[in-house]
Design a protein around this ligand. Structure first.
Ligand code: NAD
Length: 353
């Protein structure tokens, strides 16, 4: 791709290509913005058809982290890394240590954490070589570790806020929710929803995960093709991105879309399609910010778990603010969230100029 002129580049401050022949490490670290603080975002381990695809992915994800961190009120800019899973990928400790060396060389401009394909154990290996890492084993009662339960709690608070706004509901008892993907985030979300008395329908490509949700939460399992068009109050996408398209939106019967998956809208105009269909959409990077709030609390130190939960719960009122603005202006919620995020970042840039 042509770098500076490509729309995916979107004024990134820095993009670093990391290569180490001895360990086979090939990674890209993208720093979109440090206006609000160190560029923070997870490291994804993934196989890509081409290097170009990896570059586009990391650029898109790091821009998304700028918006997510701004909207979560964190002292973090946006960044992301990908480690490319080559056909002969070894995944050795030496490779992850080398990645840690590259992060350390950036001297705090980028803070890494877990994303798809990574684990607390790998983060501990990276942390042998750099201080600029989060998502490590937590000390008892303190912030840290796997961010998924916090992400799920934020989504739960977001669903409560959406149900209050759209349906006038004070609780979730008897409400119906369809969850696409019951992996880390989807599982914990089902746990919160079941406890609140919601009735669950789930789908996952892994049948054992559906069975677990059925056994533990009394969920009904449906086929992968059926989950999006369930006649439910809430659809919670917790698997893949780009599932809200012109075609899929035409089949939705939910009144609210509120889930954890990143980049749910295939294009920006799909936000307008949802608004036109009378469906309330909770912008993904606002509702799924619980995990990065946990990462920030761990990174900035010594915050206890109860305080993290309090910060994550603020996702509910934050979404209500966006919903109210959308009702007043008639604009789609994603457009409002993007504008708010950009304005927070540009105010910080102007203040530091
Ligand atoms: P995960 O891999 O643990 O879970 C994803 C689940 O979706 C898996 O069980 C998988 O089998 C299932 N799945 C995949 N394709 C599917 C399909 N077509 N239909 C139904 N199910 C399908 O990942 P996760 O950590 O739970 O993350 C879920 C989503 O939330 C991702 O988009 C991720 O980027 C986003 N997210 C996660 C966090 C976090 O804290 N883990 C934070 C923010 C955003």
């Amino acid at each position: 791709m042509a770098a500076f002129d490509d729309t995916a580049f979107d004024n990134h401050e820095r993009v670093v290509f990391c290569h180490d022949a001895a360990t086979g490490l090939k990674a890209i670290i993208a720093i979109h913005s440090t206006a609000l603080g160190p560029a923070a975002g997870g490291c994804r381990l993934w196989s890509y058809a081409t290097d170009d695809e990896a570059l586009r992915d990391v650029l898109r994800l790091s821009q998304g982290m700028s918006y997510k961190n701004a909207m979560a009120g964190l002292k973090f800019g946006g960044g992301k890394a990908v480690i490319i899973k080559t056909p002969d990928f070894a995944g050795s400790d030496a490779l992850y240590e080398k990645f840690g060396d590259f992060v350390e060389q950036l001297n705090g401009a980028y803070v890494t954490a877990e994303d798809v394909g990574m684990s607390v154990k790998i983060m501990e290996t990276i942390a042998r070589r750099t201080r600029f890492v989060s998502g490590l084993t937590p000390k008892a009662g303190k912030a840290g570790g796997d961010p998924s339960p916090k992400t799920a709690y934020g989504i739960f608070k977001g669903i409560e806020a959406a149900a209050r706004f759209k349906l006038g509901r004070e609780d979730l008892k008897g409400m119906t929710v369809a969850v696409q993907g019951v992996g880390n985030v989807g599982y914990y979300l089902c746990q919160y929803l079941a406890k609140a008395g919601a009735r669950l329908t789930v789908a996952d490509i892994d049948p054992s995960r559906v069975k677990k949700a059925r056994d533990e939460f009394g969920a009904t399992g449906v086929g992968l093709e059926q989950i999006l068009s369930q006649d439910v109050d809430v659809l919670a996408p917790c698997a893949l991105g780009a599932i809200l398209t012109k075609d899929s939106i035409a089949t939705l019967r939910a009144k609210i879309v509120a889930g954890g998956a990143n980049n749910q809208l295939a294009t920006e105009s799909d936000g307008k399609r949802l608004t036109d269909a009378g469906i309330l959409y909770a912008p993904d990077y606002v509702i799924n910010g619980g995990g990065i709030i946990n990462v920030a609390c761990e990174y900035y130190g010594n915050v206890d778990d109860a305080a993290v939960m309090q910060q994550v719960a603020a996702i509910g009122p934050r979404l209500t603010g966006i919903f109210e603005e959308a009702r007043k202006s008639g604009e789609p919620t994603n457009v409002i969230a993007d504008r708010m995020a950009r304005s927070i970042i540009s105010r910080a840039s102007a203040a530091s100029a």
